[in-house]
Write a protein that binds this ligand. Structure first.
Ligand SMILES: [Ca+2]
Ligand SMILES: [Ca+2]
Ligand SMILES: [Ca+2]
Length: 135
């Protein structure tokens, strides 16, 4: 346990406000996205995040836009942003579009009730960030 905490502190030293890949970080991102604070993310809330990141309003989020928005919000390291971007770019054409959003929601929505609860979000987030093949 102590070794775990120590490694979190060391890894997190130059990342965002939370240790990289921690569930505290996942919950922080969740609450940023959960605009109405009802502990679940709807399709509308996913769309709102998308448009927040789309700086030039061309209805597509490029990796540059994503990385900039990510760093501005202190969500974590640039490595995490790159990992996440590649998972969110469902059709792998180099940018995230409005049409990708339902797929992104479905990706997080483990019990398929159409919304993403905090537990669902944290579990999927940690799997993404900590998956060995994404390092
Ligand atoms: Ca909500
Ligand atoms: Ca754009
Ligand atoms: Ca769900």
């Amino acid at each position: 346990m102590i070794a775990f905490i120590l490694s979190c502190i060391l890894i997190g030293a130059n990342a965002g406000p939370f240790p990289e890949g921690s569930d505290a970080e996942a919950r922080y991102v969740f609450h940023l996205a959960d605009k109405d604070g009802n502990y679940s993310l709807s399709l509308a809330e996913f769309q709102r995040i998308f448009f927040d990141f789309d700086r030039n309003h061309d209805k597509s989020v490029t990796s540059d836009e994503f990385l900039l928005g990510w760093m501005e919000r202190h969500l974590g390291s640039s490595l995490e942003a790159v990992i996440l971007f590649h998972h969110l770019d469902v059709d792998r054409n180099g940018h995230i579009e409005v049409t990708d959003i339902p797929w992104i929601l479905a990706f997080f929505d483990r019990n398929m009730d159409g919304v993403v609860g905090q537990a669902e979000f944290v579990i999927t987030w940690l799997k993404l960030i900590n998956s060995p093949q994404s390092r």
